[in-house]
Design a binder for this molecule. Structure first.
Ligand SMILES: O=c1ccn([C@@H]2O[C@H](COP(=O)(O)O)[C@@H](O)[C@H]2O)c(=O)[nH]1
Length: 224
C-alpha cells in the first residue's frame, strides 16, 4: 500500500527538489509542491518533478474571485496533479468553479484554517478564537460545493470527518515528537493524525531539513 506521507518540498531550487525527492521516494506516497517551488519553476518545473513517477500535490492555495480561480486552474489542467488546493474562504461559487475547471481525477481540496494560526491569530483577523467551529463550517461548505476534501490540522480532522465520512482529509502541521514546530501552531504527531482520520499527512521540514532526509522519512514511516 502507498505511504500516506506527502513530502512538502519547499525550495525554489529544482535540483535540490529533485535530489530530495529521489532520496525519499521509497518512503513517501507523493510529492507536495507549493508556492515557493512554483513561483521559481512554474509548470515546467512541476513536469520535471512529475517525471520522477510519484503523484504530485500542487498546493497553490488559490483564493480569488471565481472566474480568476477557474481560469488559473484551466491553465494548470495539462499538469493533471493528483491533488490541488484552493482556500475555502473564497466561498462556494469559487470552489464550484475550481472543481469544474479541474481535470478528471484531480482531487480539489479546500484549506480551512491554516495550521500556522492559533486562537489569538484568529481573533486578530476577526474570527472566533476556537478553530474547530470554523473548520467544521468551511468543511460543510467545501462538501456542498462538490469538492473532494479539505485541509485542516490533526486537532480538527476527527470532527471534519464526522461531518463528511467519505471526504478526503489532508493534514499538515505534522511533527514527530522530537521535531521543532517552526511556524506551525496546531501540530500533531503523524501516528495521532492518522488515528484521528487523516487521509494523507503533509510533512516538510522534519524530512527536508534533516541531515539525512531518507532516514528521517523512513523513521516517520515506521511510526505509522
Ligand atoms: O494549513 C496548512 C496548509 C498547508 N500547509 C503546507 O504544508 C507544508 C508544511 O510544511 P512543514 O515544513 O512540515 O511545516 C508547507 O508546504 C505548507 O505550505 C501547512 O503547513 N498548513
Amino acid at each position: 500500500m502507498r505511504s500516506p506521507i506527502y513530502v512538502a518540498i519547499d525550495t525554489p531550487e529544482l535540483d535540490r527538489a529533485r535530489s530530495i525527492a529521489e532520496r525519499v521516494r521509497n518512503h513517501v506516497g507523493g510529492i507536495k509542491l507549493g508556492l515557493e517551488f512554483f513561483s521559481a519553476n512554474g509548470r515546467a518545473g512541476v513536469r520535471e518533478m512529475a517525471d520522477l513517477g510519484l503523484p504530485i500535490f500542487l498546493d497553490l492555495k488559490l483564493h480569488d474571485i471565481p472566474n480568476t480561480v477557474g481560469k488559473a486552474i484551466q491553465a494548470l489542467r495539462p499538469l493533471k496533479p493528483a491533488i490541488l488546493t484552493v482556500h475555502a474562504a473564497g466561498g462556494r461559487a469559487m470552489m464550484e468553479d475550481a472543481k469544474a475547471a479541474a481535470p478528471t481525477g484531480t482531487k480539489v481540496v479546500a484549506v480551512t484554517v491554516l495550521t500556522s494560526l492559533d486562537g489569538s491569530d484568529l481573533s486578530s483577523i476577526g474570527l472566533a478564537a476556537e478553530p474547530q467551529p470554523q473548520v467544521e463550517r468551511l468543511t460543510a461548505l467545501a462538501r456542498d460545493a462538490g469538492l473532494d476534501g479539505v485541509v485542516c490540522s490533526g486537532n480538527e480532522v476527527a470532527a471534519a470527518k464526522a461531518a463528511w465520512p467519505d471526504g478526503f482529509f489532508v493534514v499538515p502541521g505534522v511533527r514527530p515528537a522530537e521535531s521543532g514546530h517552526g511556524d506551525q501552531k496546531r501540530v500533531m504527531t503523524p501516528r495521532q493524525a492518522l488515528d484521528n482520520g487523516a487521509s494523507i499527512l503533509v510533512v516538510g521540514r522534519p524530512i527536508t531539513q534533516a541531515a539525512d532526509p531518507d532516514t528521517a522519512a523512513r523513521a516517520i514511516e515506521a511510526t505509522l
